[in-house]
Design a protein around this ligand. Structure first.
Ligand code: AMP
Length: 618
């Protein structure tokens, strides 16, 4: 490995140009790792003990900023100036987080609901990017002290479902911390790499990564082939984790102590004491069968089997997410070759057992589940440093992408869970004679009507040469690049007229919103299908009405008065049918009209051809 150093004039750290560090920027804890003597290792604190840096930032009155363990002390004593879970706010607007703002102990504000959130600390405002940069800076200093050289390049991991804005916000936080972020890597991909999965290019397998942390749960299904990691599906729960296990124990103990929640919440030190004891009990029960502790001067106890009963519904919730991901990936459990465990809560034996039972195979849990993502990030960093064979990483679209068509219908061009980068296209035409402009509105979502989906942007393809309706051929292409940026291109093929836009949504969509949109689409599937059926039938009928009336005008001399009258009657009946919500009635009227007019149309065509052959004008 060719290392060269730059001596800094001021005697500060030397720059080690070859070192690229791996960072797991987590919701609860963050870690930094690198390759030492060919092995990925996480960097511990000065005492050489703890590799976890709590993702907590405290602002003192004198403007001093404290990050990590020292900041955690202030969660109870100075909650308004102590920021945690900032990852939940990355790339989000106030509107995105309105539902969950009660979860935070600090102030989240914005006067404009569509712009990115800020956090108010005293009289100052910080963006989640600035706050994350504080955490990243702490990690940077930690590794620089160990290495004795300056580090400027990093790989940072993010959840597989992070959208473009959230990924960009993470990159920006890195930049602000003085790090050149060479790649944003999906956490499940990093976890797989830590187990050496995917490092052999001839390997072809499908894996599940089950990540249960303190407050969030993610399941990802990855397909690995030719050194490529492709996310087939992701699912999860943004409010499910070890904290809920602690709460389950607390509730049980409150019963044992004959207390209720109101009494508990009115006593800050008691609630802190019981929370700490509950977490201690949970951790102990991962390796022993019984726990006894003291709360408010009284003995409390918990057996492993009772704990397992208490958390069973929570574990089941995570399994349901796994089933959903498998369904999205259209895979049965028999198609999953390996299951990788990530996150401190996967140390709970009941969790391991339940996951192994669902996937019908033993799970991979030999690497420390808190460190596995950071270690994998360091391996990816090593690959980028040119020390290993390069690996390509692919992502997945979390929601379908499409455009609005006549009647306000969503026409999906790139379906949900499609791999990224990807490219898809379709041809459209105009619905009105002489139509000069075509508005292309781009939407994201699963519902059949665009009004229920999320608008990403729109543009107008103007100056289409006047042509009868249906004649212009407009080709629409969706190109989604590896960074998740969508380019929409429209081209009228007859005239060559073209227009395109890059869509960079001005604010991110939250996981909660995504989950809600998916749920909505399932709940409304039947009614949506019905509405789509009516609208499609109506569109077809309107096209037929247009061409039918044109046919009557152009062929008046060829048709008998009875034929003209009957065609008019059938056109009128079709028009009336389009005013109903009855899809079958519309289809029936279309069919009756077509049956009656098709021999007439053939005759008209023959006559017109004959006329043309005789040289007369048609
Ligand atoms: P993470 O967010 O991945 O760091 O996970 C932290 C969660 O793991 C917290 O809820 C911890 O209480 C939990 N945890 C850590 N160690 C254990 C253990 N030995 N047994 C059960 N849960 C644990």
């Amino acid at each position: 490995m060719a290392t060269f150093t730059i001596n800094m004039k001021d005697g500060s750290l030397q720059k080690d140009r070859d070192i690229i560090i791996g960072i797991d920027l987590g919701t609860t804890n963050s870690l930094v790792a690198y390759i030492k003597d060919g092995e990925a290792v996480c960097v511990p604190d000065e005492q050489g003990k703890n590799v976890l840096v709590p993702s907590i930032v405290h602002f003192a009155d004198n403007a001093a900023v404290i990050v990590g363990d020292a900041a955690r002390e202030y969660l109870i004593s100075d909650p308004g100036n102590t920021i945690y879970s900032v990852k939940r706010l990355m790339g989000k607007s106030y509107k995105d987080v309105a539902d969950i703002k009660g979860f935070f102990g600090y102030k989240i504000i914005d006067e404009d609901t569509d712009s990115l959130v800020k956090i108010k600390v005293g009289e100052r405002f910080f963006t989640p990017i600035e706050l994350s940069a504080h955490i990243l800076r702490t990690l940077k200093v930690r590794i620089e002290q160990i290495l004795g050289s300056e580090v400027s390049r990093a790989v940072i991991t993010v959840p597989a479902y992070f959208n473009d804005n959230q990924r960009q916000a993470t990159r920006d936080a890195g930049k602000l911390a003085g790090l050149d972020v060479l790649r944003i890597v999906n956490e499940p991909t990093a976890a797989a790499l830590a187990y050496g999965i995917g490092l052999d290019p001839s390997e072809r397998e499908t894996i599940a990564v089950y990540d249960l942390g303190g407050g969030t749960f993610d399941i990802s299904i990855l397909q690995i082939h030719d050194g490529i990691f492709e996310v087939l599906a992701t699912s999860g729960d943004t409010f499910l984790g070890g904290d809920d296990f602690d709460k389950a124990i607390i509730h049980d103990w409150l019963d044992q102590l004959g207390m209720n929640e109101v009494q508990l919440h009115s006593n800050k030190s008691l609630s802190q004491e019981i929370r700490l004891q509950a977490e201690m009990a949970k951790k102990a029960l991962s390796s022993t069968d019984n726990f006894t502790g003291m709360v408010a001067g009284e003995a409390v106890s918990m057996t492993r089997s009772h704990f397992e009963t208490l958390i069973a519904p929570l574990v089941e919730r995570s399994l349901n997410n796994c089933r959903q991901a498998l369904q999205d990936a259209q895979l049965g459990v028999d198609k999953i070759d390996k299951v990788v465990m990530v996150g401190g809560s996967t140390r709970v034996p009941a969790v391991q057992k339940a996951v192994a039972a669902l996937f019908e195979k033993p799970v991979f849990n030999s690497v420390d589940p808190d460190q596995v993502v950071a270690l994998g990030a360091a391996i990816q960093a090593d690959v980028l440093a040119g020390n290993r064979r390069d690996l390509l990483l692919l992502d997945v679209t979390p929601l379908s992408l499409g455009i609005e068509t006549v009647g306000g219908l969503m026409d999906v061009i790139i379906p949900r869970n499609n791999k990224v980068p990807s490219k898809a296209g379709r041809q459209y035409t105009t619905s009105v004679d002489g139509q000069k402009n075509l508005r292309i509105s781009v939407y994201q979502g699963e519902r059949d009507l665009v009004e229920n989906n999320r608008k990403l942007g729109e543009f107008v393809l103007g100056g289409i040469p006047p042509m009868p309706a249906g004649l212009p051929k407009i080709d629409i292409q969706f190109i989604l690049n590896a960074d998740g940026i969508l380019t929409v291109k429209a081209k009228e093929l007859r005239s060559g007229l073209a227009q395109e836009i890059d869509i960079r949504p001005s604010y991110g969509i939250s996981e909660e919103d995504m989950a809600r949109m998916l749920l909505d689409s399932i709940q409304h599937a039947q009614s949506d299908m019905k509405i789509r059926g009516v609208l499609e039938a109506r569109n077809e009928a309107n096209n037929l009405l247009l061409s039918g009336n044109k046919f009557l005008q152009q062929n008046a001399s060829i048709l008998s008065p009875e034929e003209t009258e009957q065609t008019q009657t059938l056109l009128q009946q079709l028009k009336e049918a389009t005013q109903t919500e009855d899809k079958d009635l519309i289809h029936q009227a279309i069919e009756t009209l077509n049956d009656y007019t098709s021999p007439l149309a053939h005759r008209a065509m023959d006559v017109n051809i004959l006329k043309a052959m005789k040289g007369s004008k048609i």
